[in-house]
Design a protein around this ligand. Structure first.
Ligand SMILES: Cc1ncc(COP(=O)(O)O)c(C=O)c1O
Length: 384
């Protein structure tokens, strides 16, 4: 693994050294339960309070609007199911899109099986939802809409502010799976106009297994999905994961300090990689929006080369065929299918996810290796 260049930062990011340092005492000597009233517990509660504040600082909200969870899958479930159950008297209709993460799609499927009505809006060829489509889909029974901030496969950024305007006009709650956008893009909840938002630490150089749900003050409280000790205002009971929460807080603080210069460095690396590949290889296609895209995202189809064969051929590069959860599957990505990419081409897609720690030297090595392997595989394909 030591010689493998990591370019899969949409799947997960390495833990930043600063984050690990912040977490260490809470994995070792400072092991108290944040609900205990003795000094061990008080010390734990103090750092949980600090971390809640650090998350709130990044989101431009108040600490009381943050609920800690085990990650974005749980936050998405809590937002969608919790709000659906809480607003049942008012209506039973939820709107989302066909390009969402499975944490949203499968939650909506499960609610549909329970009798809720669900609408899956199409996306344009770049993967964006149209605010006009959103408005047209609203009915008097609509209680919630959920659209991701930025797509985890193709990096496309949704017009969140415009959708939020539509949601507010019709008094419908707006949740966003903001996992990929937070820390990379504008992360201020007020400016985005969101009522609820999911985030997770392991996409912003924090640990796995910890995340949060932002719930705007005065927004309907989601029903808890668990029964237990009443932690997190009873919305998410369970002993708090203190080291994880400290890690999430530290990762948020680090993200807040992450400069525009740092982001544009990643954009330059990504564009250099794209340009090098485009210069040396014919018939490669960019998936996702050319500009409205996450800084580190480069999702390309290499016509004639099955993405799994390419991944197997890349010996010193860690990239992905799309969403990590689907890496065992040979089905075309549901996101690319939703965008209208032909099935045969969609099966050739590879996602490069560049991050804070990638370098220009790595881009050169990756470009050379990809070109070599694509040319070798194309030479073997009779139709190529
Ligand atoms: C857009 C999106 N939503 C949800 C998740 C799930 O996050 P977690 O791993 O924290 O459950 C991911 C991670 O793959 C993601 O990219």
């Amino acid at each position: 693994m030591n010689n493998t260049i990591y370019m899969d930062n949409h799947a997960t990011t390495p833990i930043a050294p600063e984050v690990l340092t912040a977490m260490m005492p809470y994995l070792t000597t400072h092991f108290g339960n944040a609900s205990s009233t003795h000094p061990f517990g008080i010390a734990a509660k103090d750092v949980v309070d600090k971390a809640r504040y650090q998350v709130a600082e990044l989101l431009g909200c108040s600490a009381e609007e943050i609920i800690f969870t085990s990650g974005a899958t749980e936050s998405d479930n809590l937002a969608i199911r919790g709000i659906a159950y809480a607003c049942r008297e008012k209506g039973n209709h939820i709107i989302t899109s066909t390009a969402e993460h499975h944490a949203i799609l499968d939650t909506c499927h499960a609610l549909a099986a329970e009798g809720f009505k669900t609408t899956y809006l199409p996306v344009d060829p770049y993967g964006r939802v149209s605010p006009d489509d959103v408005e047209a889909a609203i009915t008097p029974k609509t209680v919630l809409m959920s659209f991701m901030y930025a797509n985890n496969e193709v990096g496309t950024i949704n017009p969140i502010v415009d959708i939020a305007t539509v949601a507010a006009k019709h008094g419908v709650l707006f949740h966003s799976d903001a996992v990929q956008g937070i820390g990379q893009l504008t992360s201020n909840m007020e400016m985005l106009g969101l009522d609820l938002a999911s985030l997770t630490a392991h996409k912003i150089y924090g640990p796995k297994g910890i995340g949060a749900l932002y719930i705007r003050r005065n927004c309907s409280q989601p029903h808890s999905l668990f029964y237990g000790g009443g932690q997190e205002e009873g919305v998410r009971p369970g002993t708090l994961n203190v080291p994880g929460i400290v890690g999430l807080g530290a990762a948020c603080e680090l993200s807040k300090k992450y400069t525009e210069m740092g982001k544009s460095r990643v954009v330059t690396l990504r564009d250099t990689l794209h340009q090098k590949l485009g210069t040396c290889l014919d018939d490669i296609h960019l998936n996702g929006h050319p500009e409205q895209r996450l800084p580190g995202n480069l999702n390309l189809c290499f016509a004639g080369v099955q993405s799994h064969a390419l991944l197997m051929g890349l010996k010193s590069v860690a990239v992905s065929t799309g969403s990590a959860c689907d890496s065992e599957s040979v089905k075309a990505s549901h996101v690319l299918v939703a965008m209208g990419v032909p099935n045969e081409l969609a099966l050739t897609a590879v996602r490069f996810g560049l991050g804070r720690y990638n370098t220009a030297e790595e881009v050169d090595i990756v470009a050379d290796e990809v070109v070599k392997v694509v040319n070798r595989l194309r030479a073997l394909a009779p139709e190529w």
